[in-house]
Design a binder for this molecule. Sequence first.
Ligand SMILES: *[C@@H]1O[C@H](CO)[C@@H](O)[C@H](O)[C@H]1NC(C)=O
Ligand SMILES: *[C@@H]1O[C@H](CO)[C@@H](O)[C@H](O)[C@H]1NC(C)=O
Ligand SMILES: *[C@@H]1O[C@H](CO)[C@@H](O)[C@H](O)[C@H]1NC(C)=O
Ligand SMILES: *[C@@H]1O[C@H](CO)[C@@H](O)[C@H](O)[C@H]1NC(C)=O
Ligand SMILES: *[C@@H]1O[C@H](CO)[C@@H](O)[C@H](O)[C@H]1NC(C)=O
Ligand SMILES: *[C@@H]1O[C@H](CO)[C@@H](O)[C@H](O)[C@H]1NC(C)=O
Ligand SMILES: *[C@@H]1O[C@H](CO)[C@@H](O)[C@H](O)[C@H]1NC(C)=O
Ligand SMILES: *[C@@H]1O[C@H](CO)[C@@H](O)[C@H](O)[C@H]1NC(C)=O
Ligand SMILES: *[C@@H]1O[C@H](CO)[C@@H](O)[C@H](O)[C@H]1NC(C)=O
Length: 657
Amino acid sequence: MLLHPLSLLLLALLPSALADVTIYTTLTTSAGASAATSSPAAYSGLPAFDPTTIDAPAPPNPPQASTVAITLYQGGMDGLSIPQQGNLLGFSVELSVSDTIIGKNGSVLNVPFLNYLNNIRLRAGVGPILRVGGNSQETETLFPSGLPDGGELDKINQGTNANGVINTPIINFSPELLYVLANVSSLVGAQWYFGLAFNDTSADENALLVAQWAQDVLGDNLVALQLGNEPDLYGDHGKRDPSYNISDYMTDFAKVEGDLMAAQGVTRKQTLVGPSICCNWQIEDVLDAGYLSQFSSGLAQVSVQHYPANNCKLSGVINPVDIFPSYLNHTAAQSFVAPYVPAVPEILAAGKPIVMLETNTASCGGFLGVSDSFGATLWTIDLALQLAWANFTAVLLHTSGTSVYYNPVTPPPGNETKTKQWNTGSSYYAMLAVAETFGSSNLSQIVDLETSDSSIYAPSYAIYENGAPTRLALFNFVSDPTGANDYTATVTISGGTVPSSVNVRYLLAPSVSEKYNITWAGQTLSPNGAQSSDGVLHGSLETQQIACDTTNNLCSIPMKAPSFALVFLTTEALQLSTPQADGGESLSFVPTATVGGGATGIDPGVLQTSNGGVLGGGSGSTSKESGAVPLAAGGWQGAGSWATLLLGVFSVLAVGW
Ligand SMILES: *[C@@H]1O[C@H](CO)[C@@H](O)[C@H](O)[C@H]1NC(C)=O
Ligand SMILES: *[C@@H]1O[C@H](CO)[C@@H](O)[C@H](O)[C@H]1NC(C)=O
Ligand SMILES: *[C@@H]1O[C@H](CO)[C@@H](O)[C@H](O)[C@H]1NC(C)=O
Ligand SMILES: *[C@@H]1O[C@H](CO)[C@@H](O)[C@H](O)[C@H]1NC(C)=O
Ligand SMILES: *[C@@H]1O[C@H](CO)[C@@H](O)[C@H](O)[C@H]1NC(C)=O
Ligand SMILES: *[C@@H]1O[C@H](CO)[C@@H](O)[C@H](O)[C@H]1NC(C)=O
Ligand SMILES: *[C@@H]1O[C@H](CO)[C@@H](O)[C@H](O)[C@H]1NC(C)=O
Ligand SMILES: *[C@@H]1O[C@H](CO)[C@@H](O)[C@H](O)[C@H]1NC(C)=O
Ligand SMILES: *[C@@H]1O[C@H](CO)[C@@H](O)[C@H](O)[C@H]1NC(C)=O
């Protein structure tokens, strides 16, 4: 790793207020980069960091076919999706943990999280999409003049219900939370969905206030405001009368939408996203109730939320080993998406994009060994691509606290902020792969090539741009170290010829059970296993060049079991998916100073300018590797350029050269 010379200077000049600098590289363990298999009894820590793996399903016997034939068509294909952007797969952040994930205040954004987001932006060419909300949005209250304790978010726990389930906490928050989101947008172009309380429509004054503040603070970076979270469960969950039905919901929605239309402070009227149903109602039935026409002026987008399974233990306990196979074939993505397919054209025809506002492997925390496995990585990519094929424009992976297994990213808990780094969940790799699958042209149209008709473990998709096939996404869902289930994709281009060679990036792990030894194009986020991430990719980028047989119009792409591969059919497509470093400056944010112990936070203005150079392609001087050298623990400032940022530090701390 490379330290910029100035950073050594900084260490030497650190005033005592910043003295508790932690050199993370000395704290991580060197062992355990790969499958840390431990017996379930041995681990007693938090679920989010549980290294326990489960057995991979037995490979199919006889093995799947050893070749998968793919024909692409110069000029286009039937069934292409609408043009998609590379930021399709993003984060749904539960409101109650948004402060610990994103940042406690506008001057201490979490640098690893900025890096996780920036990785997406650099591949997609547009900022990542995030949603802040979830169950906890229903009981939120904004305190415009701040919270009594000066914080940005307070959780008031409401104990457990009669079944011993923890009740959703009441959330009080201050405008600072929105400023934090705005600061993240200014650094990485993040685009936000924000939740409004819908628990009591007769008292919606605070929801309208949230709408006004969110619009004012986030501006164009606010995509939409979510009104109602899984209203089809309100009856079951005691949030409304048990008989709560679609027409009751229409009445509730109409009340708040009407108030919003009349609210003077809310300047953008077409601002809502709904119905965000998940479970008991069908989207067609909501549309049939007149949802699109009645709310055409208030609705910006249409949303659904869904998990394919749950670990709520309502009717018995599901053994992770038993459910693992149901994530590991193409039927999983198809059966998840199929129920929405008939309704999507009507929604798009009404001028509303449709989004999957919240999903993940399983609700109620996911499954140990499944949700946090490489199998979940493959499932997530296939689901996102299948939803993209069905013309969804965003798919947001739910991210909660340390008591769940499915988080794409998890910060160190409060007692470990000085000793541990972030935990990269297996599903985070899906965000990188999906971003590169679409790249940055905004023109990528996707089609399911239906190779799963011959093997459900070998689905594939093609990307077309301007009528030409430019990328191929290939899966091998089988885990088989013997090689008997490896296959070769044989690609031909009808009406054209294959290029003389293609570039291929592989997403690899030794098994679908793997949790940490996962690499995308040779790089990993977890160089030292659990809780070892700074949000930066480690290792050297490996793009494999594979020669094609132009005489026979054939490219042969080897596919290990398990793996995902992204095949670039043109060098331009490769370039449009590859992070571009203009002028060699940093592609990552670097933590600077601790904020505990009385250190002064850097003026957000400084933060902004210092990073503007990086984002805008200015004249920063950080080496690409420097992002891998987090200098301090705790909440960190974003820093794109050492030089400018250090000047900021020194001016704030009034330390001379
Ligand atoms: C932090 O707290 C969690 C949960 O209480 C515990 O599992 C973990 O061991 C603690 N870590 C340290 C370093 O004390
Ligand atoms: C921001 O949060 C940090 C960490 O919690 C705290 O030390 C600092 O005082 C806060 N700054 C402001 C301006 O609230
Ligand atoms: C960043 O957050 C601070 C509050 O902590 C706020 O004053 C500032 O306006 C924010 N910056 C942006 C670009 O929103
Ligand atoms: C709705 O939530 C607010 C904020 O938590 C709370 O004060 C209020 O009592 C709730 N109303 C209902 C009807 O549950
Ligand atoms: C929905 O419930 C209301 C009472 O809350 C009832 O009047 C209405 O008939 C129900 N509608 C349908 C379609 O079941
Ligand atoms: C494939 O996935 C589907 C859907 O999740 C599941 O029902 C089925 O059992 C899986 N098939 C095999 C052979 O594992
Ligand atoms: C997606 O939209 C395109 C363009 O309108 C259309 O041709 C295609 O059939 C749609 N796909 C699905 C699955 O509805
Ligand atoms: C893609 O669209 C975004 C807006 O969503 C825009 O900022 C960006 O410049 C576009 N990229 C290209 C290559 O047109
Ligand atoms: C990590 O996985 C790769 C296969 O993806 C394997 O070749 C390598 O040996 C593994 N590394 C460790 C440290 O287990």
